[in-house]
Design a protein around this ligand. Structure first.
Ligand code: ATP
Ligand code: MG
Length: 250
């Protein structure tokens, strides 16, 4: 569903190598967690997948469509919730959702049915008539998720989607993600919440300083880090080891 091949990206004319030769594949039907310490390159990777940044080298394809060559076709297949969603504050929630529905060409009857379900689920039925600028952080997050899911994309990309969502909304959202994957779609999301990743994701990748340091199912990661049982321990070991190696050279 998503194929990232040998992708690298530097900022400031090469001074900062944010992503370093990343290769990753997200099959259809899976929830894929993307982990890594602050500054590891998760958001940079995600921005390249959704076409907001161009890789320096390497290729990315979504559902077989090359993001660099056919950006519009690729974007049609993606629902995206950024780490800090920028919504139109002067629109009501419903106006915003209708705008997204228009952009993606979601037919009116389909739109009405999907919005009915999603707004009921997130308890936004009343708030959707208010201006976005009056929403709390969590309400904005829920609106951004609703907008991303509305066109029913094959691939959902989320940058730290759980920040700001209350426990009930998190649980509902996880159910929604799982349902979509059961229908053969896929979800790729970054998170710092390791116990959610451990219990919820089918596959996990760990990025450290732009490089992939582990990927696989939880069982595979455990096997690789012989002896370690929790994702937190595996994560800390893998990301600390690299630091120690770096420090040795200094
Ligand atoms: N616009 C930018 N200009 C210059 N450097 C940047 C820019 N955006 C990110 N970086 C650098 O690229 C590296 C990766 O950043 P990125 O935002 O991808 O990390 P992240 O894994 O998403 O971190 P976090 O968990 O804090 O969200 C960091 O060293 C960061 O300082
Ligand atoms: Mg980030």
């Amino acid at each position: 569903m998503l194929a990232i091949r040998n992708v690298s990206k530097s900022y400031r004319k090469g001074a900062v190598k944010a992503v370093d030769d990343l290769t990753l594949e997200v099959p259809a039907g899976v929830i894929y967690g993307f982990l890594g310490p602050n500054g590891a390159g998760k958001t940079t990777t995600i921005k390249m997948v959704v076409g907001l940044l161009r890789p320096d080298t390497g290729t990315i394809s979504v559902d077989g469509v090359d993001v660099g060559k056919y950006p519009l076709e690729a974007k049609r297949r993606i629902g995206f919730v950024p780490d800090y969603p920028e919504l139109y504050e002067k629109l009501t929630g419903l106006e915003y959702l209708n705008f997204i529905g228009d952009v993606f060409g979601v037919p009116t009857d389909v739109r009405r049915r999907r919005l009915g379900e999603l707004l009921e689920m997130f308890e936004l039925e009343d708030a959707v008539h208010d201006l976005v600028q009056t929403y709390s952080h969590g309400m904005k997050q829920k609106l951004a998720v609703t907008a991303a899911v509305l066109p029913d994309p094959a691939l959902l990309i989320l940058d730290e989607p759980f920040t700001g969502l209350d426990p009930k909304s998190q649980a509902l959202f996880k159910d929604l993600m799982r349902q979509r994957c059961d229908q053969g779609k896929a979800v790729f999301f970054s998170t710092h919440i390791l116990d959610v990743a451990e219990r919820f994701c089918d596959y996990i990748a760990i990025l450290n300083r732009g490089r992939l340091v582990a990927k696989g199912t939880m069982a595979e990661l455990r096997q690789m880090a012989s002896g370690e049982t929790t994702l937190e321990q595996i994560f800390l070991d893998l990301t600390e080891e690299e630091l120690t190696e770096e420090n040795k050279g200094k």
